[in-house]
Design a protein around this ligand. Sequence first.
Ligand SMILES: NC(=O)C1=CN([C@@H]2O[C@H](COP(=O)(O)OP(=O)(O)OC[C@H]3O[C@@H](n4cnc5c(N)ncnc54)[C@H](OP(=O)(O)O)[C@@H]3O)[C@@H](O)[C@H]2O)[C@@H](O)CC1
Ligand SMILES: [K+]
Length: 514
Amino acid sequence: MKLFSAEQIYAADKFTIAKQNITSDELMERSAVQIFNWMHLRMQGAPVKIHLFCGIGNNGGDGIALARHLQEHGYNIAVYVVNYSTKRSKDFLINLDRLKDRKIWPNFMDSDGEFPEIGADDIIVDAIFGIGLNRPPAKWVGKLIDHFHASKAFILSVDIPSGLYMNQVPEQKDAVVRANFVLSFQTPKLVFFLPETGIYIDQWEVLDIGLDMEFLTAEETDYELIGKSEVLPMYVPRTKFSHKGTHGHVLLVGGSYGKIGAVTLASVAALKIGSGLVTSYVPACGYTILQTALPEAMVLTDGETAITSIDYTIKPSAIGIGMGMGTETQTIQAFATFLKSNSLPLVIDADGLNMLASNMELCSFLSKQTVLTPHEGELERLVGKWEDDFDKLAKVKALSKKFDCIVVIKGAHTITVYHDKGFVNTTGNPGMATAGCGDVLSGIITGLIAQGYESLKAAIFGVFLHGKSADLQIESKGYQALLASDVVEGLGTAYLDLFKLPEKPPQQEAESQE
Ligand SMILES: NC(=O)C1=CN([C@@H]2O[C@H](COP(=O)(O)OP(=O)(O)OC[C@H]3O[C@@H](n4cnc5c(N)ncnc54)[C@H](OP(=O)(O)O)[C@@H]3O)[C@@H](O)[C@H]2O)[C@@H](O)CC1
Ligand SMILES: [K+]
């Protein structure tokens, strides 16, 4: 799913109005009806108090139009206009008049007014600012937002939590609505998924307001949200006459005394994701461990407790390097020599990234589209400190372009960046914050590349499957007990889940049995 910018949404809006020959007010009405239907389906006329706080732009207009529909269906509403500016939008005014025609008089709030009482069991509809926010909200609006939070009422935000920008991190962290639920028009927003701005959203859902599909399809976006429908076309099925040689040979280089588990996890993940052969290249102290833990892998050794040279005669189809490798001087030398001569597809993780960060000149030797899989700490070593999430993305894009590499920024929503484009993952859960999960991911991505997936697809698909496996596993294990090896274990079901059809709603099932 594409993640559009505010400019693109405004353009889609304009295009749709012209093509469908409707007025902008009719589009607003569609949006309001969609929110109303969403609420009505869940509330079924419940007499809960609904406080609608509406700005004076089109987000406010949505709120005012929604108030009319709620009132017509007998809901217990109170409407407030948050009068932060005198520049009221045309469609806001049209809807305000319609409300007044029905004898509903909103409370106009400004800097010196008192805030209304809101009960903890009430509902707040937040329609103060939408995607048009372009400067920090006034102090009194920030205080009103504080008042929302203090009430403990459920907050439903229209389109985007008020106070959140589309393309930057808010200056005043307190002056942003923390929404329990966001109903986002047509498309989710990138800020829902970034660590510094995603914290303002508990849950979100997209409401289709019928913006022109042709326009939206043709529009290129900087970011894409990756779900099942995006990865399914990437999947390459196995053919009847394939054999283990068809599915590639992974070479994993890493490990040091006390950290052989990292390569072991990556190796088993590479096999589980479907690679035909796996060779683990480890220091001698890892030999027995690997052969015992993973009889399916082949093992090459070097050095006693750390890797001192990388020398082999096998012909791998993809190489993963760095897991548990350490950063001893001889290891760094071996790593540098290896990078200078390697032209095979490559995945670099953990200590490999640390060695790269402390010897940035080595980046020019990376084979094309090398995949780097840093967590935040490793990333900071690579690109330097960032000011905020947007600056981080800009720095990563610059790195990706400079060295033609793919950067997988690991996090709650892992973002895979290649040149100017970012792919935001939707699977995974907090249970994955556990030792070894990163090693598993690098094994998965290397294993997919070895099977013939292009490096970018392997990274996007691998991140998705890794998270999906963990999501399926926590259903029986819970967050705390999840181990990296459970994530490996679940990879088979993660693959199978790709082809599972959505469950039929119970009503339809009953009908089909008749
Ligand atoms: N296609 C769609 O998806 C549809 C979208 N729709 C809805 O429209 C919403 C966008 O509406 P919008 O453009 O009128 O902007 P909105 O956020 O209401 O702000 C209003 C104005 O406030 C101003 N302003 C900004 N910051 C400020 C500040 N800190 N303090 C004071 N003032 C500030 C700024 O104007 P300025 O003063 O800069 O001229 C801004 O224009 C969108 O989120 C969705 O809910 C649907 O109705 C139909 C289909
Ligand atoms: K809002």
